[in-house]
Ligand binder design. Structure first.
Ligand code: NAD
Length: 442
């Protein structure tokens, strides 16, 4: 399997694809390791995990650069992702340990959180370190062994980042296998005990179908098509800054990117002017070019999808206020589109590119209805003053931001509603998804 730099197509490296025999061997290895790993005291497991992450500290810069090269995000964002994963893991492990303590309910009843066995973590390319890491740490703390199948778009960074876990934990506790969707499918069909998946809705549905025959445990963190409502009493500058920042973050390749904006028509002209002015300051380019904040699109398929969404909107009457075209078949110019309507693809499907998409509304109930008219329900945001909480309370999403982005801080769970998934990570409840709850009555 070959991996390329998305900014110039340069070959970065190759890794062997795993076949069925290797998957079976890895699984046997992981099952055996899980037996002794779960017997360890949870404090000892957490200590071992912390030691493994300590080893990564020396490699932080090297890993950040590899993430930039392979995924395309600029070095500041890559360093944030790599550093965030390394430095938060000790805290995450402690938090999971606390969440997994036995609870005494009274009348001699206890709740125990037991290891499930082998957890398959299947991860995407857009945050190849962070999304996998958030699932791996609690899975290991709970006493499971883990098999990671990272995205075929970003195998090198996954391999380099997580190799410390395979090296520094007991053999077989952490394993990594490489390949595309076919390898993922084989892993899903194998005798793993939980599939912790982060990725698209389409693949999530396939995994659910494949897991059904054995009633396999699932944790599904799927895509989004996040709406943002800008009320007539919103701070226009604040809303415009958020709209651009969130739509362009990670070149728009973020599950909680703002994908649909509904702005009150009385302030729409002003809002659009500010959005265009702010968006014009963004610059596309490779990870190591100074001042760049929109990197390349990960591959030709995603690039074609973004261009198709923009063309579809144009054909159906939308007005392109900025950008609206690609560059070198690798970048999408910062794009602002106005007069978007409900017949356009970008209103219903993830565009996953640096596109601000604006629709005007005259009545707040209409805006709420449009925001909720989606089978996705990951994040949502509403900007306004009086009445803003009432609007937020009617939005159908797992994470809702008022005058800020969705996602919460500290120990909040990362959670989707509707077809953006079920099961989640983060928070005490999230950590417990990696364990079997067992009720003991004495
Ligand atoms: P994807 O669904 O195409 O692939 C994700 C992973 O699934 C990859 O490792 C892939 O090889 C594997 N896979 C593909 N087919 C499979 C199959 N049949 N069985 C098992 N595994 C299979 O997603 P992607 O393009 O890598 O990532 C982008 C998507 O992920 C977007 O939809 C984005 O919104 C979503 N995402 C969600 C979150 C979240 O927290 N909710 C976070 C990041 C990304």
């Amino acid at each position: 399997m070959k991996s390329y730099d998305p900014s110039n197509g340069e070959l970065l490296g190759e890794l062997p694809v795993c076949d069925q025999t290797q998957i079976t061997e890895t699984l046997q290895h992981a099952k055996l390791a899980a037996k002794s790993w779960r017997q360890l005291n949870i404090v000892d497991r957490v200590d071992a995990i912390k030691v493994a992450y300590q080893q990564m500290l020396d490699d932080e810069d090297k890993l950040s650069e590899l993430l930039s090269r392979e995924m395309g995000k600029d070095i500041r964002r890559a360093a944030g992702e790599v550093g965030g994963a390394i430095h938060s893991s000790a805290y995450l492990a402690d938090e999971a340990m606390t969440a997994l303590q036995t609870q005494r309910l009274g009348y001699g009843t206890e709740l125990h959180y037991k290891a499930l066995g082998v957890v398959a973590v299947i991860s995407p390319w857009n945050y190849p370190v962070m999304m996998a890491n958030n699932l791996i740490v609690p899975a290991l703390v709970a006493g499971n062994s883990v098999i990671l199948k990272p995205s075929e778009q970003t195998p090198l960074i996954a391999d380099a980042f997580f190799e410390h876990l395979s090296k520094h934990l007991p053999a077989g506790v952490f394993n990594i296998i490489h390949g595309d969707g076919e390898v993922g499918e084989l892993l899903v069909k194998s005798d793993v005990n939980l599939i912790a998946f982060t990725g698209s809705q389409a693949v999530g549905k396939k995994i659910m179908a494949a897991a059904a025959s054995q009633v396999k445990r699932l944790l599904m963190e799927l895509g989004g098509n996040d709406p943002m409502i800008v009320m007539s009493n919103a701070n226009i500058e604040q809303a415009a800054r958020f709209a651009v920042g969130s739509s362009f973050e990670n070149a728009g390749q973020m599950c909680t990117s703002t994908e649909r904006i509904y702005v009150n028509q009385t302030i729409a002209d002003q809002f659009e002017q500010r959005v265009v002015a702010i968006a014009s300051q963004y610059k596309t380019g490779a990870w190591n070019q100074p001042g760049v904040n929109i990197g390349p699109i990960i591959n030709a398929h995603q690039y074609a999808k973004i261009i198709a969404h923009i063309s579809d909107a144009k054909e159906k009457g939308a007005q392109v206020l900025l950008g609206g075209h690609g560059q070198d078949q690798r970048y999408i110019q910062p794009t602002v589109i106005s007069q978007v309507n409900r017949n356009m693809k970008m209103e219903h499907e993830e565009t996953f590119g640096p596109v601000v998409s604006i629709t005007r509304y005259s009545n707040i109930d209409q805006a709420i209805e449009w925001a909720n008219d989606s089978n996705y329900g990951l994040g949502a945001a509403v900007f306004g003053t009086e009445g803003v909480e009432a609007v937020a309370s009617q939005l159908e999403a797992g994470m809702i931001g008022i005058n800020q982005g969705p996602g919460g801080g500290g120990d909040a769970p990362w959670v989707g509603a509707k077809q953006s998934g079920f099961g989640f990570h983060g928070s005490a409840e999230g950590h417990r998804q990696f364990a079997q709850v067992s009720v003991l009555s004495k």
